[in-house]
Design a protein. Structure first.
Length: 244
């Protein structure tokens, strides 16, 4: 696999910490000289950007004269907050920061692939899987916190008590499939988008690739939004108070 220049930089200067972390989790690198893979390095870059942007934005925050960057992030915040309220209803603000984190992380990861010499970390299965597992554990935790263990488990039994014996195992299977469906949807779309863009760039270097990249840009936003909204739906279903 081709090593990106940023990945090579990470392997040159930060191979030691990466090997120590991988060994701590019992997953030693195949090549200790190059423990950083492209998607790992791209994830670090995304996280660095997400830490750096608030630090840059903080001195510029103004109530009277908000700058363009501040207005952009306020627009994202209000959009995600409004969508969460529509999906979950009352009390949705408790979960808004998880939704915002997922959306901004996935969106930044998706768009990173449009910059030459970089790749979208979401085009590798491990990154979407990590986001999907976070979503899965979070909405179950939210359900248990809101309803208690017994109340949360009642959701799996369905609304008709005499069908609970049938619905419970089906719901368990359905919920266990959710992380996989979230992973495949995001990974497949981003991988396909990246491959199509590279193919058109190689075949037709002018005009057509621009249109393909615009489509890829739209898909990047759409996939981040879909992933976030599905997480909202899962949280909303887990915290909803219903009589069974």
């Amino acid at each position: 696999m081709h090593e990106l220049w940023f990945t090579a930089l990470m392997n040159q200067f930060l191979a030691g910490p990466a090997n120590a972390l991988l060994n701590a989790f019992g997953q030693p690198a195949a090549d200790p000289a190059k423990p950083w893979t492209n998607y790992m390095a791209m994830e670090v870059l995304v996280l660095a950007l997400l830490v750096l942007i608030p630090l840059i934005l903080r001195p510029m925050i103004s109530v009277k004269k908000p700058g363009t960057l501040q207005q952009f992030f306020e627009l994202i915040f209000e959009a995600i907050r409004g969508q969460a309220h529509d999906v979950i209803g009352h009390g949705s603000d408790k979960y808004i920061y998880l939704f915002l984190t997922l959306f901004v992380f996935i969106l930044t990861s998706n768009l990173l692939g449009m910059i030459p010499t970089f790749e979208a970390p979401t085009m590798y299965p491990a990154v979407p899987l990590g986001c999907a597992l976070l979503s899965f554990f979070y909405y179950n935790w939210a359900g248990i916190t809101e309803q208690g263990v017994i109340g949360h488990l009642k959701h799996f039994a369905g609304p008709v008590w005499w069908l609970a014996w049938f619905m419970f195992p089906l719901e368990i299977i359905s919920h266990c499939i959710r992380p996989m469906s979230l992973t495949i949807r995001l990974y497949a779309n981003m991988f396909a988008g990246e491959e199509v863009t590279l193919s058109f760039l190689a075949l037709v270097p002018l005009v057509i690739p621009v249109l393909v990249m615009l489509l890829h840009f739209f898909v990047s936003i759409l996939q981040a939004f879909i992933f976030t909204v599905l997480t909202m739906v899962y949280v909303g279903g887990a915290v909803a108070h219903e009589d069974h």
